[in-house]
Design a protein around this ligand. Sequence first.
Ligand SMILES: [Zn+2]
Length: 344
Amino acid sequence: MSEVVSQNKSFIERLPKVELHLHLEGSVRPETLRELARAKGSDTGTVESWIAQRTKSGFRYRDFQDFIEAFKAAALLLETPADYALATTRLIEWLKEQNVRYTEVTFAAGVVLWKQQSLAAIFEAAAAAAAEAEARCGVRVRWIFDAIRQFGAEHARQVLEFAARFRPLGVVAIGIGGDERRGAAELFPDVYRAARDAGLHTTAHAGETCPAQSIRQAVELLGAERIGHGLAAARDPEVMALLRERAVPVEVCLSSNVSTGVLASVQEHPLDRFLAEGLTVTINSDDPAMFGTSLTRELELAAENFSLGRAQLVRLLANAARAAFLPEAEKQALVAEIELAAAG
Ligand SMILES: [Zn+2]
């Protein structure tokens, strides 16, 4: 390892961090899956075969559908409220190791409804675990409830109802994920409007597997305040201009896009263009356990592949702090903490 890379590594490690695009179900590491199986005295065969499949393929999926199936399988390994609580606790402990100071964790509320489990019991357990770990680890946690877009508007409305009900437990936003090709943004304007009326923020995965039009719809029809991935913007100057002019933050997830087969390599990611053309970029790990990564690693990948210096890394983290769904004063406090650590 060159001296510059190694110095950057330790700089990145010690920076206070903000992670905005992080799915709980995609963050359950092999050791936690084994712990879950042991705690329930259940057969570890399913868990071991899931882990073996991921590692054997080097965390690459044949295509986006293959990834969705693997995500579903991971979500099915979480069966009880106690499982969700343990997954949450271990995630926050892992974030503490990375010096993450604030995170918005996406909770696949839509998947829990699809599994026909008690969303209330499961989320209450996860939120209680988060509150305990937050106090112990010093990682502040807020939640985003995610609907499965291909299940349509009525499903998303159900997710919204739960999100609104659980605002007192730290739910700050709703989002849509899943198969962008089978659930266009134009299905959801009413749900997004109702979310705003309920005092929630909004975000959307867009331009991950679909053309730039999907990003335009998420911004213009849904009023999404942040865009997950946003890759396709690079192929449409007008959408680039839209994101820049409205200062819509883009949640870049480098390893994710390579693992799901959307990009052939990290170098193909338009991160450099996003930065050069003045977009508000944040770096995120998405489903770190499914992609063999972490937020720290994603920042390293950004630095290594796009020759980012320290000032740019600090700016990316400050961008995430400013794009957080927090009151202004709390965002400023996070920015100040990041800048102070960078200077020290
Ligand atoms: Zn995602």
